[in-house]
Design a protein around this ligand. Structure first.
Ligand code: BES
Ligand code: MN
Ligand code: ZN
Length: 464
């Protein structure tokens, strides 16, 4: 169910979010009995502290949430969501406490605090609702939260129920909801239509019903700048013949996280009616093991004509993205953005919470960094370091999909992708798409990374 705000003002309990440095002043302004209750409960407005204050009749009169100090807040995110998880069932109305730059992100966090993945078993979630505070764009936040829930559901769904055909169906549902056009090139048609890399990676699952490789192509919007989103849709990544060990394979249902994130971002753009011409390209495959699987040492010729020596079948994401990026670039859009769970190296570099992005355009990078800070969807620029181009040039082909040594793996993967985008302005995000340990607004599982930042930046990126 899409997270929404409540409109039930009558039932609402006043929610005071109290900055710790201002706590004494706040307390002095309260009625005697409120003050007594607060002191008797030893409430000090530390970050995450929650206290319900009863009326004389014993009903909840107000709820207090400690907002702590700026230093304490800087170490965490979604303070209001943290409080929501501790509050009793009810409807709450914010009466004070959060500054205007933080309020929308805090409200987004509250909306996501009740998200659970409940497809296979009932899950307990806090039953708390928030009245949209004044000045907050409630409709926009509901759209963003709904898209985030969609991203999480897509990632959380196990590969048995989220194969290439299922991903196509999910994309189709989003397209029809927003009146977008969608076409799909599937199976051997990928060869006749010249998408050899998507076919090579996905063909080992091709004999299984609904799991053949495919390219999903969605278009929406009649005028405005052209924005093309490309998402890695590897529905399960066994590693191929370079099989992953069990410990690394366990989480690989999330290897379509890039596809999930671009679909979520597309849903935000379409639901908000942004004046762009949007295209979404998703190479959807399963990197499986079979007699007809592509092999280490194979040399493949890409859509763009570049030849690639496959030195590791587990570096499959850059292969399927290469053909999709080449197609994207053929019509020279104003902006091409790719999102992919592309490398373990990106995690080594920045950890799970920060998504590195690569672009040659300094203004684009600045805009994205500023937007990320505002909406608290952290991304960090990494370099397309030219000298490392040598590392992706193997000798018997134009490109190597898995440079030996492995150093700078996130950069060499990004450089590989850039070879397939000739003329368009390009940004590539290497995301994790997963929350490892439950935190406020983020239960363990699938996670959107980047879409809120890109949405926030988009008006500046393409002059809307
Ligand atoms: N899907 C993985 C990358 C990945 C692994 C992302 C774990 C997040 C968590 C990707 O297809 C992959 O296997 N990449 C290899 C590339 C290497 C063989 C050059 C990697 O990062 O080890
Ligand atoms: Mn892989
Ligand atoms: Zn992968």
């Amino acid at each position: 169910m899409a997270p929404t705000f409540s409109q039930d003002h009558k039932a609402a309990i006043a929610l005071h979010v109290i900055d710790q440095p201002a706590f004494e002043t706040w307390l002095d302004a309260q009625q005697g009995r409120v003050k007594t209750w607060v002191q008797a409960n030893d409430f000090k407005a530390a970050r995450g502290e929650v206290l319900l204050v009863p009326s004389e009749g014993g009903h909840p009169l107000m709820a207090l949430v400690g907002y702590g100090t700026p230093d304490q807040r800087a170490k965490r995110r979604y303070h209001l969501a943290g409080a929501a998880a501790k509050l009793p069932r009810g409807v709450y109305e914010l009466v004070s406490g959060i500054d205007s730059e933080q309020i929308e992100t805090e409200c987004f966090g509250w909306l996501m605090s009740s998200y659970r993945f409940a497809r296979y078993a009932k899950q307990n979630a806090p039953d708390v609702q928030l009245i949209a505070p004044k000045g907050v764009d409630a409709a926009k936040l509901e759209i963003i939260a709904g898209a985030e829930a969609l991203i999480r559901d897509l990632i959380n769904t196990p590969a048995a129920d989220m194969g290439p055909g299922d991903l196509e169906a999910a994309a189709g549902a989003i397209a029809s909801e927003h009146g977008a056009e969608m076409t799909v090139i599937c199976g051997d048609d990928l060869l006749s239509r010249n998408f050899p890399l998507i076919h090579a990676v996905g063909r080992a699952a091709g004999h299984v019903a609904d799991r053949a490789p495919r390219l999903i192509d969605m278009r929406w919007g009649k005028s405005g700048p052209m924005v093309t989103l490309v998402g890695k849709g590897v529905c399960f990544d066994t590693g191929g013949l370079n099989l992953k060990p069990g410990s690394s394979m366990g989480l690989m249902k999330k290897d379509m996280g890039g596809a999930a994130n671009v679909l979520g971002l597309a849903q935000m753009i379409m639901a908000l009616g942004l004046p762009v011409r949007l295209r979404v390209l998703i190479p959807a495959v399963e990197n499986a093991v079979s007699g007809n699987a592509f092999r280490p040492g194979d040399v493949l010729t890409s859509r763009k004509g570049l030849t690639i020596e496959v030195n590791n079948t587990d570096a499959e994401g850059r292969l399927v993205l290469a053909d999709a990026l080449a197609l994207a670039d053929e019509e020279s859009p104003d902006l091409v953005i790719s999102m992919a769970t592309l490398t373990g190296a990106a995690r080594v570099a920045l950890g799970p919470d920060i998504a590195p992005f690569f672009t040659d355009d300094d203004a684009t990078a600045l805009t994205l960094s500023g937007a990320a800070a505002r909406v608290q969807d952290p991304v960090w620029r990494m370099p397309f370091h030219e000298p490392y181009e040598l590392r992706i040039e193997p000798g018997i082909a134009d490109l190597d999909n898995a440079p030996a040594g492995g150093f700078a793996g996130a950069i060499t993967a990004a450089l590989f992708l850039r070879r397939f985008v000739g003329q368009s302005r390009y940004v590539h995000f290497d995301i994790y798409g997963w929350q490892q340990v439950a935190a406020p607004a983020r239960p363990k599982g699938g996670l959107g990374q980047g879409p809120r930042t890109i949405l926030e930046a988009l008006p500046d990126l393409v002059n809307l």
